[in-house]
Design a protein around this ligand. Structure first.
Ligand code: PLP
Length: 406
């Protein structure tokens, strides 16, 4: 039986497995160590009470003859699609058609599955450091060549670092797909409309597509920061946008997200211009039977006044933790980025320490776990990610311990 050689050749899912291994080994040798985790990218606060109640009511209705629903629409219920258009796009001057929004079980599945639309020889570009799913899903499809010294031979890396202010340059040569994620995981940085514009111009000039992941847009607190790539003129001709209720509303365990594919978007399939929206419809109706009804009701409840209010309380609590981390480390003389419009703080390791050495130092001396930047790509070396997804008390204590060690 012949297997997919590209999946077989993938480097092991090294980052979080290696972190878990080192934490386990240290804990076993030091059972009394109270280890604080600021490495996790998962939310910790419960769902909004209102949203949870709406989901429970919808689930109960499924047990009645009147309320029962079987297969839903493959692309999502219109009540949720309309709520997304009205709340996530209209206020920012973006008008979408119901057929341009696809409801899914999350942004990770969407960005992972989306590459099925691209030609096997499409050239891919990612910002570096990067959320690993964009890279690995394309590697699994055989697009990235071979992996050597921490780099894929055919992948175009767009470095983001302190030197360029975390503003990537557009690719030098031709690429077919550019993945952008703002607010960014892992760096926590954002781009303005003016900084996004060259990417839209590039994509239009090169007949390329931007995949824009806005999973963290609920954390945007600076007024002029765009919430959607479609706030940039011309993006509706060249960009797909993925978003999720995971970080917005604590749905990491509930599972719901959405993807916008404008009808204007076309690509070349053996010399013919084809609609990506139509291609995704075709792919989705074959491989997906939609998100469960109670979950879509819960997602729609996120946009009700009570849902909005309760969700904002959680976002504000995480942003307060991010502020505590950022300001605490800055006061101690560290160079830090992000953490204003994002739950992630990206710090420069002291004295240009290797990111794994800094990980070990914090684990053993401060009993704090973060994420070494090198795990997110070559340009992550020399940086370290801390997350705001913990309680305020633990965040304050963790920052105090890090500062003491430094
Ligand atoms: N996109 C980015 C940039 C993320 O960091 C994450 C999760 O950490 C996701 C997508 C996953 O989202 P979901 O839970 O909707 O699959």
């Amino acid at each position: 039986m012949k297997l997919n050689p590209y999946i077989a050749a993938l480097p092991a899912g090294y980052l979080f497995a290696e972190i878990a291994k080192r934490v386990k080994t240290y804990s076993a040798a030091h059972p009394d160590a109270d280890i604080l985790k600021l490495g996790i990218g998962d939310v910790t606060r419960p769902l909004s009470r209102y949203v949870a109640d709406e989901m429970a009511k919808a689930a109960a209705a499924m047990g009645t003859p009147e309320g029962f629903r079987g297969y839903g629409p493959d692309y999502g219920y219109e009540f949720l699609i309309n709520a997304i258009i009205e709340n996530d796009y209209k206020p920012y001057g973006v008008n979408l058609d119901v057929e341009e929004v696809f409801i899914s079980d999350g942004a990770k599945p969407d960005v992972g599955n989306l590459q099925e639309l691209f030609s096997p020889d499409a050239v891919i570009a990612v910002t570096d450091p990067v959320y690993p799913v964009y890279v690995d899903s394309n590697a699994m499809a055989g697009r990235l060549g071979h992996y050597e010294d921490g780099k894929w031979s055919k992948l175009c890396y767009l470095p983001c670092n302190a030197e360029n202010g975390f503003v990537p340059e557009v690719p030098k040569g031709h690429v077919d797909v550019i993945y952008l994620c703002y607010p960014n995981n892992p760096t926590g940085t954002v781009l303005t409309r003016e900084q996004l514009k060259p990417f839209v111009d590039y994509a239009r000039a090169h007949d390329a597509i931007i995949v824009y992941d806005s999973a963290y847009k609920a954390f945007i607190s600076t007024p002029q920061v765009p919430h959607s790539i479609y706030e940039v003129e011309g993006a509706d001709e060249c960009a797909i946008e993925c978003c999720s209720f995971s970080k917005t509303a604590g749905f990491t365990g509930v599972r719901c997200g959405y993807m916008v594919i404008p009808k204007k978007l076309t690509g070349d399939a053996e010399g013919k211009q084809v609609s990506l929206n139509k291609l995704w419809q075709r792919r989705t109706s074959t491989k997906f039977n939609g998100v469960s009804y109670p979950v879509q009701v819960a997602a729609a409840a996120v946009y009700a006044p009570q849902g909005k209010k309760e969700i904002q309380e959680s976002i504000d609590a995480y942003l307060e933790n991010a502020r505590i981390i950022r300001e605490g480390l800055e006061k101690a003389g560290c160079t830090v980025f992000g953490g204003v419009d994002s739950p992630y703080v990206w710090m420069k390791t002291p004295g240009d320490m290797k990111s794994w050495d800094f990980f070990d130092l914090l684990l053993t001396r401060a009993h704090v776990v973060g994420t070494p930047g090198e795990g997110f790509g070559p340009s992550g070396e020399g940086y370290f990610r801390l997350t705001a997804f913990n309680t305020k008390e633990n965040t304050i204590e963790a920052v105090k311990r890090i500062v003491d060690v430094l």
